[in-house]
Ligand binder design. Structure first.
Ligand code: MCN
Length: 790
């Protein structure tokens, strides 16, 4: 690999001046002549039968162009919404999902009818005139209750509410008996709303004469939408164009296709008019897939000397009313339950449970924050039982030899876990903090130090592992590099940047590989009409480790062709031509050079070597041999006010290792955002439904607490670099790392702070209300002499 100056350069994101000055172009900025606006009539109930729908008043309302219900959409849409079920082999039940309800609604917010009108206000007003007669049915909202035999069924007539039940590894009772101490915990991962700044939105234009459909959509994976939507509408991929322009965040919730992604294009076909729908914030909280929504039963055991023996995790995952396209993926929490440690035995089981709520699907980290949380909580609980320092217990049990094959057959490519922990402890001043804690406790201060030594699997993914899991589609990645006659370069990729800075980092890779100026390279993505035939989108922190490698591979193909041409121009043998930072020369004659641009120009001219075609461009698909395995240690320092339950997050230290770095500034930015999201889960965010009525109680930002920068301390970052042996760039992903690591670091710190009260575990969000009650209970118990109070 040519090493020059751009890979590793801490340069500003080139997309930012455009995005922060209002020049970004999001779905709502696009319009087509004659566009009508769509409003969705949604079920107000969590579970009900639709007895009748009267649209007569709405049809007569001002500006209304059409009103459509299930029977209309059934004429232009076939099949059901896509699901990747094969990930969970022992699947029990995948309720078929049509994008709009026909006879039964199974979650609040499910589409029942749509109105098309000349303005969005007319569409919204008219949707209130649609009279739907419902017969309310009992809803089941609670995960535990849903599993009871006598509970109402989420779908009428269904045998039970079980989505899946899969034991990956059963108990090994003989090994489990070897443990001297055993801890048990029930850990809640509350439902979260992935609240990107830009809500979802779709604009669709159908041309009847030529049978083409163009869709503008806020999506992380436009090619997948084209594949699935084309199937549903019977439109071949060469007549269907999906454009994801600037996307204001996705956080995993814009991977899977949604009802509206089908209804808007279908309405465009039915009405013969371009149709636009932009999701409101309340619709977003109610109907965009939620994240997490899980309960873990965890058991772990260790020897007296701190040697870890076993960890057992049972995951109960609240699927919601239908299975999200990638819902089963969240079961990967089980595969990483052992974390960064050597355990003699790991047992894991995942149970997917249907409830009358909006489906859950991947949200930043998807399975890996949950795995880190359960494992790192178990480590701290064991350390408490063993009366060992949590850092010491970690150090004693870290995996140290690589590649390492875990209990599930996954191969960790490289790591240096202790090094990252040592650096984090150094930055934190760990020993001093422990002393301060000791002294503070004497004065009644509840200071806590929490650690999270995280690992993750990302860079999805190798075809051998992903094709069986997705039902046949291998998650590889594509790129096309085009060099124009005067030397400027356009790069087309199948990944989609919606905040991750690809416009900057991918050209950094190309600049070094081709040896051309960074400013001469443009990145294009998000339009299925451009670039390679298929792209696999952005999620699972895969864009660099897979997509960046495709870019690198395509660039190298271009260099190979240019080298052949340079040899011809030099009248030398190809193997004698040296390519050095954008210049070609013949071995032994370094003074006589041809710049890459000269060769590019020549490639469009006459007199090429025999058999060589004009032009200088290449397409590459990259299929990695393995996933990549970043890691690190985060440390949170908190003080809990025992009188109010308020948590003051005093410091946050994050040491992460994502292999070689393309752009340190962008990596830091990704860590900042990710850490903020994880802390927010630990302290603030929670989607709440009323168990009785099935109504969501957090339908606005007044009830659903999203923090601002003011709620966070300045993050103290450190970095170790352990290159990945999996790819030539030596890179690993970083887009989810902060979220994966941080929630449990904060919770471990709170538990540490409250340990003098005998509190061993707190659930998320650790809101003042929840903590105050727990503190009151603990104090009550201690005044009854049941718990020790220091
Ligand atoms: N990078 C780097 N060197 C590394 C690793 C990464 O320079 N060793 C750079 C990459 O080149 C890229 C960025 O860091 O510019 C993130 O790369 P990567 O880790 O490959 O992650 P992805 O680009 O695939 O992003 C996906 C990830 C996920 S899964 C979610 S969810 C998420 C996230 O990124 N959603 C985001 N970060 C987000 N950031 C914003 N602003 N908005 C979202 O919706």
């Amino acid at each position: 690999m040519a090493v020059t100056t751009m890979i590793g350069a801490r340069i500003h994101r080139r997309e930012d001046p455009r995005l922060v000055s209002g020049e970004g172009r999001y779905v709502d900025d696009f319009t087509r002549p004659g566009t009508v606006f769509l409003s969705v009539v949604r079920s107000p109930f969590a579970h009900a039968l639709i007895k009748s729908i009267d649209v007569s008043q709405a049809t007569k309302a001002p500006g209304v162009v059409a009103v459509y219900t299930h029977k209309d959409f059934a004429k232009v849409l076939s099949g059901t919404m896509p699901v990747t079920p094969s990930f969970v082999a022992e699947k029990k039940q995948i309720p078929p999902r049509f994008p709009i309800a026909e006879k039964e609604v199974v979650y609040q917010g499910e589409p029942v009818a749509v109105v098309l009108a000349e303005t969005k206000y007319q569409a919204s007003d008219a949707s209130n005139l649609i009279d739907v007669e419902y017969e309310q049915l009992p809803a089941v909202m609670d995960l535990d209750k849903a599993l009871e035999a006598k509970s109402p069924k989420v779908h009428s007539g269904a045998p039970d509410n079980l989505g899946w039940d899969l034991t990956y590894i059963p108990d090994d009772a003989a090994v489990m008996k070897e443990a001297d101490v055993v801890i048990k915990a029930r850990i809640l991962q509350q439902r979260l709303a992935p609240t990107s700044m830009e809500t979802r939105g779709v604009l669709a234009e159908y041309s009847k004469p030529d049978g083409t459909l163009t869709v503008w959509m806020s999506s992380q994976s436009p090619h997948f939408v084209r594949l699935f939507l084309g199937g549903a509408m019977g439109i071949p991929e060469n007549r269907l164009r999906v454009i994801s322009p600037d996307v204001g965040g996705g956080f995993g919730a814009k991977i899977s296709p949604y009802s509206e992604d089908w209804l808007v294009p279908a309405a465009a076909k039915l009405s013969g008019r371009p149709v636009k729908w932009i999701e409101s914030r309340t619709e977003s909280l109610l109907t965009t897939t939620h994240g997490r929504g899980q309960v873990f039963e965890v058991e772990a055991g260790a020897k007296k000397d701190g040697t870890l023996v076993f960890i057992k995790a049972t995951q109960y995952l609240d699927i919601g009313a239908y299975m999200g396209t990638f819902a089963a993926f969240q079961a990967c929490a089980c595969l990483l339950a052992g974390g960064a440690y050597n355990w003699k035995h790991v047992a894991a089981r995942t149970v997917g449970v249907l409830t009358n709520k909006v489906p859950t699907d991947p949200y930043r980290g998807a399975g890996r924050p949950e795995a880190t949380h359960l494992c790192e909580r178990a480590i701290d609980l064991l350390a408490g039982e063993l009366k060992m320092d949590p850092a010491e217990l970690r150090r004693k049990n870290f995996i140290t030899t690589f590649p390492h094959t875990n209990h599930f057959g996954l191969v960790f490519d490289s790591g240096a876990y202790e090094k990252a922990m040592d650096m984090a402890m150094g930055i934190a001043g760990y020993e001093k903090l422990r002393q301060e804690q000791e002294e503070g406790r004497k004065k009644g201060k509840y200071l806590g130090i929490g650690m999270s030594s995280w690992i993750e699997i990302c860079g999805f993914g190798p075809s051998a592992a992903t094709a069986p899991a997705t039902g046949g589609i291998a998650l590889v990645e594509s790129a096309q590099v085009r060099v124009f006659p005067t030397g400027s370069v356009a790069v087309y990729v199948g990944t989609h940047s919606h905040g991750q800075g690809h416009d900057t980092t991918f050209p950094q890779i190309v600049a070094d590989t081709l040896g051309v100026p960074y400013d001469s390279i443009e990145l294009r993505h998000g339009d299925t009409a451009e670039g390679p035939a298929f792209g696999y989108g952005t999620y699972g922190s895969r864009s660099l480790a897979v997509g960046g490698m495709a870019v690198h591979k395509a660039s190298k193909k271009v260099v190979d062709k240019a080298r052949k041409l340079a040899a011809h121009l030099f009248e030398a043998a190809e193997e004698d031509v040296v390519f050095d930072q954008g210049q070609f020369y013949v071995k032994g004659s370094p003074d006589k050079r041809k710049a890459f641009g000269e060769v590019a120009f020549a490639s469009y001219g006459a007199g090429l070597p025999e058999g060589m075609e004009q032009g200088l461009e290449a397409v590459a698909y990259y299929d990695p041999s393995n996933f990549v395995w970043p890691f690190g240690t985060h440390i949170a320092v908190v003080e809990v006010d025992a009188e109010t339950g308020h948590v003051d997050l005093k410091r946050y230290i994050a040491v992460d290792d994502c292999g070689n770095i393309i752009n340190p500034m962008i990596v830091d930015g990704q860590i900042h955002g990710g850490v903020a999201q994880g802390i927010s889960q630990a302290l603030y965010e929670e989607i709440i439904y009323d168990d009785e009525s099935g109504q969501m109680r957090t339908g606005t930002f007044t009830d659903y607490l999203v923090p601002s920068a003011n709620e966070f301390p300045v993050f103290e970052l450190g970095r170790t670099i352990t290159p990945s042996p999996t790819n030539e760039l030596g890179v690993k992903g970083i887009g989810e790392a902060g979220t994966i690591a941080s929630s449990v670091a904060v919770i471990n710190a709170i538990c540490d702070a409250l340990s003098p009260l005998g509190i061993k575990h707190v659930d998320m969000p650790a809101s003042p209300d929840r903590l105050w009650k727990q503190i009151q209970q603990a104090r009550g118990a201690s005044s009854n002499g049941k718990e020790a109070r220091k």
